[in-house]
Each structure stands twice: as C-alpha cells, then as structure tokens.
Ligand binder design. Sequence first.
Ligand code: IVH
Length: 718
Amino acid sequence: MAQAPAAAAARAAELRPLITRAAHAYYVLDAPVMEDAVYDRLLRELEQLEREHPELHRPDSPTLRVGGAPASRFESVAHRIGLLSLDNAFDLGELRAWHERLQRVLEKARTAGATESPETAPQGQTEQALVSELKIDGNALALSYEDGVLVRAATRGDGSRGEEITANVRTIRTVPLRLQLERPPAWVEVRGEAFIPSATFEAINRERVAAGEPAFANPRNACAGTLRQLDPAVVARRRLDFFAYTLHLPPDAAQAPASQWQALDWLRQAGFRVNPNARRCPDLSAVEAFVEEWSERRHGLPYATDGVVVKLDDLALQERAGFTQKAPRWAIALKYPAEEAPSRLIRLTSQVGRTGVVTPVAEFEAVALAGTSVSRATLHNADRLAELDLHTSDTIVVRKAGEIIPEVVRVLPELRPEGAVPLSLPSACPVCGSPLVREDGEAATRCVNSSCPAILRGSLRHWVSKAALDVDGLGSRLIEQLVDKRLVRSIADLYRLDAALLASLERMGEKSAANLMAALEASRQRPWSRLLHGLGIHHVGQVNARALASAFPGVAELAAAAQEAPETVTAVHGIGDEIVQSLQQWFATPANQALLRDLAGLGLPLAGSSGNERASGDPGEAVPASSPLAGKSVVLTGTLPDMSREQARDLIEAAGGRVTGSVSRRTSLVVAGDEAGGKLAKARELGVTVIDQAQLQALLSGALSEGAGEDAADAGAA
Ligand code: IVH
C-alpha cells in the first residue's frame, strides 16, 4: 500500500543518503559497507516510493543510476570553463625540453611580478613539484555541480561547446550525483575521463559479435559510442567508469586547494574516484622514474592507458605559467609509444563466420606485444586488405590497438622479397567452394550458401551457447564432427540425434551421449526469447531478443508484424528500422521459413508458454495470480509524466501483463500519456479502456502488494 505523503517523504530522505553512501563505498572505495541484497532492497524501496510519489524525484536520486527516458537527440551546451587539450611529448628528451621551457617562463614571470606576490614566488634554484598521473585512454567529460548536485554532464566537443549527456553520465556509478560535502561551493566544475574497463569491453564485443554486429575497435571508441547512446538504459548496462582529475571552483570558494595534489584529494573527499596511481614528484627525475616504472606496469591495469600526464603541482604557479593558443604551458602529455613490432607474414587465411561474412586473417611469426605473444590479426575486410597492399612473405608492422586487439598497421615494402605475389580475398568460399559475393556499398564479402558447413557450424555454436539455448556438452569439436559427417545439416537436426549414434562418435561414450541428450531435451524448455536469440538474426542479440519476445507472443506474430506492421515492431524499446529490416529479410528467406516449420514440428518453443514472457527472460519468476493485470495485453502511448516507457513496461510485465505495440480489439488496456496520438484514437474507436499513469499506478500497487511478493515488485528496478 502506498504510504502517506509525509511518511514517504521522510523515508525517502532517510534512504537517499544511506544508499548513496553504500554505493560510494562499493563502487569508489571498493570497500562495501552493506550486503548486496540489503542494498538492493533499499534501492527498490526508494524506487517504489518515487513511483508512488512522483514529487519525491530528485536529480541526485540513486535510482537514476539505471537510466531514465531515452532522448531523441543531444543539446549542444557551452562549457562554463573550456576544456583544453594538452601538448604531447613523445620521449624523455621532449619531456625535458618542455620542463626547461616551463622553468624559463616561470622565472620570467617571477622577476616581472616579484613585487606583487613575493609569498608565492619560487625561491632560487629549487625545482617545483610536479604531479604525474596516468593518462587514461577514454573520453573527457565536463561535470557541472550546483549547490552540490550534478546538474549537467557534457562531452568535450570542440573544447568550448560539447553535447549534453547528463542522463547517460548519471548511470556511471563512480560519478557522484551529489558531492559528499557539508557546504558545497555554489558551483563546481570537474573534469575527468570516462572509460570502459578492459574486461567489460571484451564482454561487450563478445555480445556484439554474437548478435552479428561489428565489434568496437578499442575501448575508447566503445566508450565514445556508449556516451552518445540515446537510451540511458543501454549506457547503464555498459558499465562505464570515471576517473576525476581536474577541479575548478568559484574564486571565493572556502578551503580551495592550492595545488593539483590537494585538488585530487578534494575530489576524493567529495566522492569521486581518483586514479590511485598518481604521484607527487619533487623534481623531474622523479617524473622520469614514474614514466619508466609505468611503461610496463600499466599493462597489468584493468583499463587502457596511453601515457603519463605531468602537471605543475602549485596552482598559483600554473596560473603564472599560463597558456599557449591551445594548451596549458604547465602540463604535458607524455605518450607511450604504441606497442608495435615488425614480423613476417606466414600466410593469409580467411574465416567464414556464422553470418557468412568472410574475414581475412594474417598469420605471422609470433611477436611479444603489450605483454602477450601475438601471431594472428584480422584484416577486417577486402578494402583494408587492398589498402595494405599485402604480398606473400611481406614484413609487416603489428600493433595491439587499445592494447587489446592485434592489428596489422602497415607493410614495409622495402623489405619485400623478389617475386612476392599480391594477396587478396579468395573468389570462392574457403570452406564450401561456392562463389563469394560482395554487394555494392557493402564492406563485407560473404558466402551466401546457406548450407555452407562454416555457416552451419557457426550457427550451431551460437544456438547451443549459454545466452541462447544453453546446451551443455556440445562443444566446437563435436559440432565439427556432426557437420563433417553430415549427421547434422540444420539446427533442427540436433533434436533428431539419438544416444546410440552420439555414443559412437570420437571422444564420446554412453554417459556423455546420455548427458547431451538430456541437455538437448532441457533446451526445449527455454523461453522463446532465447530461441529468438539463438536463431542468430542480424542485430537480434540477447537484449533485443528479450525485448521482442516480451512484446510479441511468438515467432509467428513477430514475423507477421515485421512484414505487415513494422511500426509495431519499432515501437518496442530499443528496436529501430535497421533491426526491423533485418527481421524482414530473415523471415522472408525460404530456408529460414523451413527451419521454423521444422523446429515447430519438433516441439521447440516458438512462442511464450504463459503469454507473459518477461524482460528478464527466464521462467520461474513469480507472477501474482491475483494481479488485475495478469494476462492482460497493454499498449503504452504518449509520454507518461514521470515514468519512462521502459519502467512502465517492466512494471506491467512484473504484474503479469504483456505490453504490445499496437491497439486491436484484443488489447485490454491503453495507458495514455501526453501527446498520445493515433493509438489513443484507435482505442477510443474500438472501445478499449484508456487509463492514465495514476490509474496504472493504482492498478500496479494493487497487483504488487497482494501477495505478489518482493520479486514481482522488484522487477521494475532491474
Ligand atoms: S588533464 C588542461 N589528466 O588526455 C588539462 N587529461 O591529451 C587537460 N586525459 O583531453 C586534461 N588522463 O581527455 C588530464 N590524468 C589526466 C588525463 C587526461 C587522460 C585525457 C583528456 C585530455 C587528453 C589530452
């Protein structure tokens, strides 16, 4: 039951700082002060309070971490204080030259201004302290706080104007939504670097590749792409992180730091994550030692770095040193050389992926790069191959971009042996021999033979993967045998295998055959969102498959909607035109239609069994039987006053309802917000009940308090 407004406000005021402190301890300090489950409960309680009492929403509420309503575009905003770039030094010689210039500038300023401010003047020959910080390879952000609350976050842009991406940045757990200060200054400007940790980057790319989407080249690109996502919920899932490094305060601020070192401490106290590896160096030789030390150590960090930023520590001296046209004189970025090494090409091979895309791969003599041994690199596509002008036995330069993905930077034609032959992609599929196709305007060259064993192997591997049908015990080797021996010619054939046949294969016995049979049997029970993901439709990864499966009762409805009413598909959260086109193509292909018929005949779940497959996808989640929304088909239209469409959808689904895209006679309810258009008219025309957000909330609170248990009430939070 909803609480009385005063009690709710008091409880929210109690919860907000408690949750914020716990999140800071967990994400920034790495020292949890609360059990995860307790934290989750409290956060959900606050979410529920804010849902029931929209007036309790705050711009610094920890509930905003999960991402608010999607934007249609980003506003351009002027930075209060411009974001400068840094001059670069590429070796210690250039670093020393910068330092000498700096000394001269300071000396000149000192003699000129000695009479004005003798107390801050450097005395005699003493060197000025410097701060060495790792240069994080991410994207600079400008954060603006007013009265201690994060009011705006923007990209660097051209340095004076950037794009406003506040909702996205609020999802970064290490960016405080409110400064942890008793008396925050009227305004605070913080600069720092948003980045994607290496492990997260790899996970994102794995998922993209599984969904048939191109992988990000490096974590910085992935981070930039994520920050510019229109849907903050997508940003929240990508788990960005942030290190703060620059602080600007109003001129009259109390207890303002006098040095960069103190500023880093101020930022830490205020709740920011500050890179712990910064060091205050008494002189340049200490900086050089830092640079030397981190040239290797940085490879062990869980995020990418590309250099060291050296800053004059004393802020008064920084001011005295001033700026050139584009950069401060008091700081420099020393770039570590990109990790590159020469090697000799052994051969050019090509890989055929699950979607038939053929990728050229260079195999070369192993070289050590960024701490690992590398002997293969993808060359992406035919254009890149042509651009490199690769010949047999060429000497090539290999690099680990973003310290993760090996790539061939260029060839050294000077070292090319006589008689070397230029290399290009084959004209026939290296696996099935059928002619390869490259369509106009497409970078990819493809094998379009749908029974190509390479495509089949890839499709099977994808089908049995954890995120899809999760068939335990069917590894790559076994798939290869099954395809090579022509025992399996399609996904459906997996369900026609028998134990005796499996037991007769290499490295298989009766026990493992029986286990695999059981695993295949179990895979028939997965919800249909998993099956949809398993089909491997271009752009339909795990997340999109779940969204589609919760909006459409089954494959037949989805296929029909994609062909006949594509707008009902694009109405689904996160689904755009490109995805719809991909669905249309897939469903229009006769071989795919045959596969679906085959799977249906074998009893695979091509539809949600209970008709309310939820966003979280898996069965076994309690749905309140007595819920007034159970089994109801609900259409959302217009903008709800204080709920995003996704939040509303999650709540309705948690209460056992199903959110669909278009209004028909079978629609049970339409929830209309501001500027509701055609769907509202249609609902009126068909006599479908129309309710507003408040009425929806009333229904939900009934549904969620009647023995539905915490689980159902909580589903909206995820
Ligand atoms: S200080 C005027 N400190 O490197 C001060 N920048 O090449 C400018 N960066 O645009 C920034 N780590 O995006 C600073 N510890 C660090 C940094 C850092 C990464 C980035 C930042 C900047 C670029 C300049």
